[in-house]
Design a protein around this ligand. Structure first.
Ligand SMILES: *Cc1c(COP(=O)(O)O)cnc(C)c1O
Length: 395
């Protein structure tokens, strides 16, 4: 038998963390890493945060799981908190981002079904999008590397260019249910949509009674310096998928919707065995306790500006490697002139964790609790690594 017990679907790096403390991770042999990857935008509070740890410990000792057969004071409380803090009137809790997007897709289709228009079941989605790895979410993107070998795809998605309002508008027809879009593409390479684009999609949805569905799995929950990224765009969606950071590392996702958009989501239409269990709700509450305050959001914006400024200052010293910085708040990407994957691997070997993304981008996604000293340490070490890095010969 050559296959590994752990299904070998990931090209795992030699970094093997066994312990975390704040912004640092420690490997099996005590190696220390500065973690500016945050488990792919998940560990908003870093590692071992006392408030999150205690909330999970206390809840684990009280009640972990009961199923959705029973009333959920814990789920009601977190849903109410999200409703109060956002555009939404109602929330469905999931265990992952892909499941949150699945719920969002079902909610959008069901809206038109509810209004007697079942033929309106096609969502317009965008090139290089990433919505997860389930059948519906890989059907919702054009990325061949996600889809190869998994045919047939699900019907009901039309893919057009990202940030191209004319293309999106031209794709609308009698079967269109709405748009599914990441306001800032994450895996696609930290590409923020323009204001005109998102506002234009909102206008089209208003004019034609379509659903604007935002995938904020990566950019949501304070990452960009507002609780959700749509706030930067001066619009509100009809439906929004959230996950990654929302549990601070505990598996949790949420599908948020307005009352209007959720009209079809009545008893029996959707479900999840684990979704919204008391332990997950405690983690979600603890994360919001920390991140959803004006002071903390201001901290994220300030750290985002510092980090961005420091990266921009560094670029001219290494302009054979780096091109530009993009993103919002602490969701930053450095567009590279050489292979970003190879450079991210090199940084790992030198104790710095970042994440590669599409379009030759290195993602910089630190825990939101970083301080000035971490920004300084990161940029100094990045600069040192860039000085020593030998660009691999082109293959
Ligand atoms: C990570 C991600 C997902 C999928 O989340 P999982 O928890 O891996 O299922 C969906 N959408 C976006 C934008 C993401 O970044």
């Amino acid at each position: 038998m050559a296959i590994t017990p752990l299904m070998p679907v990931y090209p795992r790096s030699p970094v093997r963390p066994v312990r975390g403390e704040g912004v640092y991770l420690y490997g099996e042999n005590g190696e220390k890493y500065l973690d500016f990857a945050s488990g792919i935008a998940v560990n908003l509070l870093g590692h071992g945060h006392p408030h999150l740890t205690k909330a999970i410990q206390d809840q684990a000792a009280t009640l972990i799981h009961v199923s959705n057969l029973y009333g959920s004071p814990q789920g009601e409380a977190l849903a109410k908190r999200l409703v109060d803090a956002t555009f939404a009137d109602t929330v469905f809790f999931t265990n992952s981002g892909a499941e949150a997007v699945e719920c969002a897709i079902k909610t959008a289709r069901r809206y038109h079904h509810h209004h007697g228009r079942p033929e309106k079941n096609v969502l317009i989605t965008f090139r290089n999008a990433f919505h997860g790895r389930t059948m519906a979410t890989i059907s919702a993107t054009d990325q061949a590397k996600l889809r190869d070998g998994f045919a047939p795809m699900l019907e009901g998605f039309t893919v057009v260019d990202f940030d191209d309002l004319a293309a999106a508008e031209a794709a609308v027809d009698d079967r269109t249910a709405g748009f599914l879009v990441e306001p800032i593409q994450g895996e696609g390479g930290i590409r923020p949509a323009s204001r005109e684009f998102i506002q234009g999609l909102r206008r089209i949805c208003d004019e034609k009674d379509l659903m604007l569905v935002l995938d904020e799995v990566q950019c949501g929950v304070a990452r960009t310096g507002t609780l959700y990224a749509y706030e930067h765009y001066g619009i509100e969606p009809d439906i929004l998928a959230s996950a990654k950071g929302i549990g601070g590392g505990f598996p949790l996702g949420a599908c948020l919707a307005t009352e209007k958009a959720a009209a079809g989501m009545v008893i029996g239409t959707h479900g999840s065995t684990y979704g919204g269990n008391p332990l997950a709700m405690a983690a979600g509450q603890a994360v919001l306790d920390v991140v959803d305050t004006p002071e903390f959001l201001e901290h994220v914006r300030r750290m985002g500006e510092r980090l961005r400024g420091a990266l921009e200052q560094m670029i001219p010293n290494h302009d054979h490697l780096f091109e530009s910085v993009r993103g919002l708040g602490l969701m930053l990407g450095v567009k590279m002139k050489t292979d970003s994957r190879a450079f991210v691997t090199y940084l790992r070997d030198h104790g710095l964790l970042t994440v590669a993304a599409g379009d030759n981008v290195m993602r910089v996604l630190p825990p939101l609790v970083i301080e000035d000293s971490h920004v300084t340490e990161f940029v100094e070490r990045l600069s040192e690594a860039a000085r020593q890095y030998e660009v691999p010969a082109a293959a």
